[in-house]
Design a protein around this ligand. Structure first.
Ligand SMILES: [Zn+2]
Length: 228
């Protein structure tokens, strides 16, 4: 079976991705792309057959995905994909982000050093560059993770662990992106990130606040269509 990735090819020598990693990646992509629908059961034996592996790496992957909030485990029933956000949860989530992230961007701006700014620039650039996507799905899930990483880097620079954990522990971004799979995604968000970076570069904390506020509101509006 194919257990190498772009990742390995770049390394220049044969260092195959572990079977565990590969299985995790494949299940992750199926969930994010809605190939496995929210709430759908995930039978371990069937998945192991489809991926042509034993059940052990499938179990390991599902345990990890459970930690990431993308699958649930129920006694006697087994694993299923986490349910989609409800409209109420979606609304709560965005109001919560609007409380935390613009202020975090402002505080990050006040704490920036050249090294930290470079980290943010790199995290933002990660979303645009990258290997040739293997498929729409892999490009999409890469984008989702890169965006989550970028937002998390800003929270790190803001240096308030309570705020950071409140947003990252529940893997909010993954749920948002799963919701977003069938909507227009990338270009607008990249432009909004660029405005945020411009504020960081200028050391303008108020502009950073407003750029983040604007980004989150626009992101909410792009996604609201998913409920219509
Ligand atoms: Zn973003």
């Amino acid at each position: 079976m194919a257990v190498t990735t772009d990742h390995d090819q770049k390394a220049g020598f044969a260092r195959p991705l572990s079977i565990s990693e590969s299985v995790h990646e494949q299940i992750y992509q199926r969930i994010m792309s809605l190939e496995i629908l929210p709430g759908a059961r995930i039978p371990i034996d069937q998945l192991a057959r489809e991926l042509n592996v034993s059940q052990t790496p499938v179990r390991d992957a599902l345990t990890r995905l459970e930690r990431e909030g993308l699958v649930r485990k129920a006694h006697l029933i087994g694993y299923s994909a986490a349910p989609q956000l409800t409209p109420k949860e979606f609304d709560d989530l965005y109001r919560f982000r609007l409380m935390l992230e613009p202020e975090s961007a402002r505080q990050a701006c006040l704490r920036l050093t050249p090294e930290k700014l470079e980290r943010l620039e790199n995290a933002a650039a990660d979303m645009e560059k990258g290997e040739q996507p293997v498929s729409r799905n892999s490009r999409y899930s890469r984008f989702a993770r890169a965006d989550a990483h970028f937002h998390d880097e800003i929270l790190k620079v803001a240096d308030n662990e309570f705020a950071r954990q409140a947003l990252t522990d529940r893997h909010i971004h993954l749920h948002i992106f799963r919701l977003m799979f069938h909507s227009r995604v990338t270009q607008e968000a990249l432009e909004e990130h660029e405005r945020l970076l411009a504020a960081f570069r200028a050391g303008d904390a108020d502009a950073a606040y407003h750029a983040m506020h604007d980004h989150i509101e626009r992101s909410r509006d792009r996604l609201a269509a998913a409920f219509e």
